[in-house]
Design a protein around this ligand. Structure first.
Ligand code: ADP
Ligand code: ZN
Ligand code: ZN
Length: 742
């Protein structure tokens, strides 16, 4: 037998299978996914690799073949399922097999497990007392102390006991050698949340919740596995629905993974799951140490845990009986990896579920176009929750046209209406959130007087201001000189919009001197738990106004917040990105959902320079389906996902000329592969950040109706890049249906 091995070197050139002999002593030790040590290259350097398959034939000279040396120490056998999922990811998203394997193994290195040692007395009481006399007689005080303590309680914790009695290791060893005591050691797993009892019961479900749960239950019992989309407004009780579905899966002997974006993975949320399922739950997050995360995987393997909660990477929890994967806030961009393979957790979850006989439940108040489109096409099943489950009604939403404010002489960042509403709240001791929409800020150029935004004539995305007085399109490379006068109204108020949370904080403090103000952004949340601390302080009403970026939109419930102000709602609208409108609609809807979660009705003020844009109109009307229809029309017209498929080829390298030439070659090559001319090739263009620490960047877009065709072109390109020396100094990555501009 021969083993197919992938060696652990992240180098495209070595991303192929090497065959090794399996010597008799290793027979039966190797499985697909086992990490092994093999000799490699000249000098037979010993390196690590993964078994990806077996064969009983070889084309090589058997005599010259090298053997697998050993199973890597401290390695974790990734089950063969995970290796084949990695192979799928490599094909579907590009990159090397090594990169894919590293993605599906959540913990890369074996961390030292924590051990607990115990001392146990081996003598019975009579023998023990006799021995104690001997020690006392010989004046061996330490030994006598230890033995006397063990006669009181024959089994005790090593560390605690030796410390309390002040006895040394030598004393313990001496007693052990005389067979008076034995030492035992037990591995203990760190548990991020300890001794939480199950103290939560399911609520009395609403009719809508019951309907969703019943459909899932009936399917699950019948053995039907599929993908569901729980589309429910904020506060409609989606989390309760997930928990009930999980309870059913557990009852049937299955296990569940719950993905929650890191930013929403708050203590509050996690405790709801612990409260319902107790110690069968575990969590993963980026704040945990490598050791803690490793232990969670060990707990999974030992069968202690049946529910794993975590961000994107928790998708690869090695449950043997996976029954359900829940993805909450499925529209979040964080579900797309920014490292090769640039996988999307939604698609990868569906693939894993298909392979392992599990179902997928997606949830959102503002579903991604992809998910809602899949419902319309019948690939996913839609489950709707239209009403709020707990207390609180939907807020009143006002749109303030900032162009009018400017005309009326108000140059401040707050509209008069918002100012008045803030004053009223401060008097009533209710809380206010001010949300600065900075998402996707990429220097778009707009007119403060009429709202005009400069767009690319070819791509219908906004042009971005660059240094040197140019405006650029990041999709096709179209270029124009910077404008100083608005072409639409002739005003001089045209330029990039700039305002930070800090400026807003200063301005708010000046305008409302009696208010207590908290600010949450990248700067104030740098420390560990900084994020949680600010939310906690606001939650316990230590402040009247919370100012922040998109960070404040998720996670906590603040029942005393009755006013939400959204400043610069347009900011995300004109980022040069085809998902800009979708992102804007989502942000505005989520931000509005923060108001009026308690007993009193909330109010929301959306400040904008483009009140007539459909994403703002529909967000104000809280009309998702209206938005969906308008946005799908735009995507279809422009050939953007999910109607068509888009592949970005991201190229970086130190030599700009060479990069430019290589990008053109790659484009020509793609044109040759696409013989029937089905694909549309756009670029190569400079991305917004065209150079990072002297590394230049270019991007090429391929658009087409068929994902499979794009995969085929990607595969051909990967080979072309591999065999052509000209690409050697460059890094080339593939990004299918990208979430962000490069
Ligand atoms: P979502 O996840 O959709 O935002 P949650 O599940 O967090 O909604 O529910 C919002 C609030 O309503 C929570 O405080 C929750 O405990 C409560 N809730 C959910 N379902 C019910 C119900 N059927 N009866 C009473 N309260 C409920
Ligand atoms: Zn204008
Ligand atoms: Zn363009």
């Amino acid at each position: 037998m021969y083993a197919d091995i992938i060696v652990d070197i992240t180098h495209e050139k070595l991303d192929k299978v090497f065959q090794y002999k399996i010597l008799p002593e290793l027979e039966g030790e190797l499985q697909i996914g086992t990490e092994v040590i093999v000799p490699f290259g000249k000098g037979d350097k010993e390196i690590r690799g993964y078994v990806t398959g077996f064969s009983d034939k070889t084309d090589y000279d058997e005599g010259k073949m090298k053997p697998v040396l050993s199973v890597a120490k401290g390695s974790l056998a990734i089950e063969s399922r995970m290796v084949s999922l990695a192979a799928w990811m490599k094909e579907y998203y590009g990159g090397t097999m090594i990169q894919a394997l590293k993605t599906v193994i959540p913990i890369k290195k074996q961390e030292k497990a924590r051990k607990k040692r115990r001392i146990r007395l081996l003598l019975d009481e009579a023998e023990g007392k006799q021995q104690l006399e001997v020690f006392l007689h010989k004046n061996q005080k330490a030994r006598a102390r230890l033995l006397a303590a063990l006669l009181d309680q024959p089994e005790q914790d090593y560390e605690l006991l030796t410390k309390k009695l002040n006895v040394t290791g030598a004393v313990v060893r001496a007693l052990k050698e005389k067979n008076i005591i034995s030492l035992e050691s037990k591995t203990v797993f760190r548990n991020p949340i300890r001794h939480k009892s199950q103290d939560r019961e399911a609520p009395e479900f609403t009719a809508e919740q019951r309907h969703a749960i019943n459909i899932f239950r009936e399917d699950y019992c019948k053995g039907v596995r599929k993908t569901y989309l729980v589309y429910g407004i904020t506060g409609s009780g989606k989390t309760e629905v997930y928990m009930e579905m999980i309870a059913q899966v557990l009852e049937a002997g299955g296990q569940a993974i719950v993905l929650i974006p890191e930013i929403a993975l708050t203590y509050q949320t996690v405790m709801r799951f612990y409260g319902r399922f107790g110690d069968r739950v575990s969590i993963l997050n980026s704040r945990m140490s490598a050791g803690e995360r490793f232990d969670q995987m060990e707990r999974v393997k030992s069968g202690e845990v049946d529910v794993m909660i975590g961000p994107r990477s928790a998708l690869f929890t090695p449950f043997p009986r996976l029954g359900l994967i829940v993805i909450d806030e499925e529209h979040e961009a964080a579900y797309k990896s920014e490292q090769t393979p640039r996988y999307h957790a939604r698609e990868t979850a569906i693939e894993r579920a298909k392979r392992e006989g599990a179902s997928v439940v997606l949830g959102s108040a503002t579903p991604s176009l992809e998910a809602f489109y899949a419902c319309k096409c019948g690939r996913f099943q839609l489950l709707e929750l239209k009403k709020r489950a707990g207390e609180g009604e939907l807020p009143e939403v006002y749109v303030e046209d900032m162009r009018k404010e400017l005309r009326a002489g108000n140059r401040s960042i707050l509209s008069d209406h918002l100012k008045n509403l803030i004053d009223a709240r401060l008097l009533r001791h209710e809380q206010i959130m001010l949300f600065l929409n900075r998402r996707g800020y990429a220097g778009f150029v707009s007119c403060r007087s009429c709202g005009y935004v400069v767009k690319c004539p070819h791509c219908d995305v906004s042009l971005a201001a660059h240094k040197g007085g140019k405006m650029l399109c990041h999709y096709c490379g179209h270029e124009e000189p910077q404008l100083h006068v608005c072409p639409s109204c002739g005003s001089g108020y045209i330029g990039g919009f700039k305002a930070g949370t800090q400026q807003i904080e200063e301005m708010v403090k000046r305008q409302f001197p009696s208010a207590r103000v908290l600010r949450m952004d990248m700067d104030t949340t740098r420390t560990k738990d900084g994020h949680e601390k600010i939310l906690e302080a606001f939650s316990s009403e230590e402040a009247d106004i919370l100012i922040g970026t998109q960070m404040i939109v998720k996670g906590h419930d603040f029942p005393n917040v009755t006013l939400v102000g959204i400043l610069a709602a347009d900011m995300s609208l004109y980022s040069s990105d085809y998902r800009a409108a979708e992102r804007t609609f989502q942000l505005l809807t989520q931000a509005a959902g923060r108001a009026g979660r308690g007993r009193s009705k909330g109010e929301v003020v959306i400040q904008t320079y483009s009140p007539e844009h459909y994403s703002i109109e529909m967000a104000a009307a809280q009309d998702y389906e209206g938005f969906y229809a308008a946005e799908m029309e735009y995507r279809g017209l422009m050939g953007y996902p999910p109607v068509e498929q888009l592949l970005a080829v991201l190229m970086t390298g130190p030599d700009e000329k060479l990069l430019e030439t290589a990008a053109k070659y790659l484009k020509d090559f793609a044109n040759r592969v696409d013989k029937r001319g089905i694909l549309q090739l756009i670029g190569p263009a400079s991305p917004y950040v065209a150079k990072v620490s002297d590394v230049y960047r270019r991007v090429l877009y391929l658009k087409g109706p068929d994902y499979g065709l794009l995969v085929e072109v990607k595969n051909r390109m990967e080979k072309y890049i591999e065999i052509n020396k000209g690409f050697q100094t460059m890094r080339i990555q593939f990004d299918f249906n990208p979430m962000n501009v490069f």
